[in-house]
Design a protein around this ligand. Structure first.
Ligand code: WQD
Length: 336
């Protein structure tokens, strides 16, 4: 039975990945500092899988606590989600982001180095591409100067891992997520934004349920068909399954180089107005929205070329935008 450490395992993508790891027979150890997640998620995961994962509340910036964790736990692989991830907040508090996202990564990699752990999956982001010159975006697209400290921590993180794999001869895969949305079919786990949602989908569902008065659409003057910006919205369960595919690739030693990276999206671009239309269809609700100015740092369009993940990971997304929005809506209605 492979013991898999999942950092940030009570978070949005982490919790869905823990469920999928259980589903295929892995034994999961969760580490989370609860700075952007809730302890109830542990029980919700247990209700779905019928097995309570080991849980350690831990600040991964505390080097001695990280060392103690690895001394007391047998770990065969690691999926590292734990990081601060709010783009806007990272612009206001860059040093918090560099300290948290980089030092926690370094301390984990030092344990991997010292204990010859060989399988490391890193949560990266399409943010590393900035506004790509060509669409859909392949893994060959150049890395652009980061638009935010958050995006920079993902770029720096990948470089630290690449150099560590070469120097210490271990294997890692970075998954570059596009826009994760939706919720598990059980509606027991989903996206739990703390405070005013920064991301589009939770703002849409909170508007539909009456928590927010109306959605502000940030700009309809982009050079796109309907003027609103385009993203690749991927169901979080499909994204979770991509982590299983990547982990199995490493465990089965199918990787071709010691550091690989893959775009994880649907390959389909949807505009903000496409999302609104799809949401209104699946929820049978009219959504209150207004068009306002563009948001600083936003790009016009991003959607994935999914060829490499399909070929090398034998993975592709299965759920549609409607599926994802329907699950997000059911999840929102289920919130107290
Ligand atoms: C999507 C679209 C907004 C809110 C972010 C991170 C990225 C990744 C995914 C982690 C944009 C528009 C949004 C609103 C709006 N996260 N929008 N009104 O910015 O594409 O990417 O999440 O890896 O790193 O940057 O996602 O959901 O914030 O925005 O019109 O109230 O919706 O302008 O076009 P984004 P988002």
């Amino acid at each position: 039975m492979n013991n898999i450490l999942v950092t940030g395992g009570l978070g949005f993508i982490g919790s869905h990945t823990v469920v999928e790891l259980h589903n295929v027979g892995f034994n999961v150890i969760i580490v989370d500092d609860l700075s952007n997640s809730r302890i109830e998620v542990l029980d919700n995961i247990t209700q779905i899988t019928g097995k309570k994962p080991d849980f350690h509340q831990l600040d991964l910036k505390n080097k001695s606590d990280v060392k103690k964790l690895f001394e007391t736990t047998k770990i065969d692989g690691i999926i590292h989600f734990a990081a601060f991830k709010a783009v806007g907040e990272s612009v206001e508090k860059p040093l918090d982001y560099y300290e948290n996202n980089i030092s926690s990564l370094v301390y984990i990699l030092q344990e991997i180095r010292d204990r010859n752990i060989d399988n490391f999956i890193f949560s990266s982001s399409c943010t590393v591409y900035g506004q790509a010159d060509e669409l859909p975006i392949t893994e060959k697209a150049p890395i652009k100067v980061a638009e935010s400290p958050y995006g920079n921590t993902k770029q720096i993180g990948e470089e630290i891992i690449r150099e560590s794999c070469a120097a210490y001869n271990f294997n890692a895969i970075a998954l570059r997520y596009f826009n994760p949305i939706g919720a598990h079919e059980s509606i027991k786990i989903g996206e739990l934004p703390l405070g005013v949602p920064q991301n589009l989908i939770p703002f849409v569902t909170q508007t539909a349920v009456g928590i927010r008065k109306e959605l502000s659409i940030f700009g309809d003057d982009y050079p796109t068909e309907d003027g609103t910006a385009i993203r690749d919205y991927i169901h979080v369960v499909d994204l979770a399954k991509a982590h299983i595919a990547a982990l199995k690739r490493l465990l089965n030693k199918k990787n071709k180089t010691n550091f690989e990276f893959f775009n994880v999206g649907t390959g389909k671009g949807s505009s903000v107005l496409d999302v609104v239309k799809s949401f209104e269809k699946v929820s049978s609700k009219k959504l209150n929205y207004k068009i306002v100015g563009r948001r600083n740092g936003d790009i016009t369009a991003a959607y994935a070329d999914t060829t490499l993940a399909k070929k090398e990971l034998n993975w592709q997304s299965e759920k549609t935008l409607d599926d994802a929005l329907e699950s997000a809506w059911k999840w929102q209605q289920n919130q107290s």
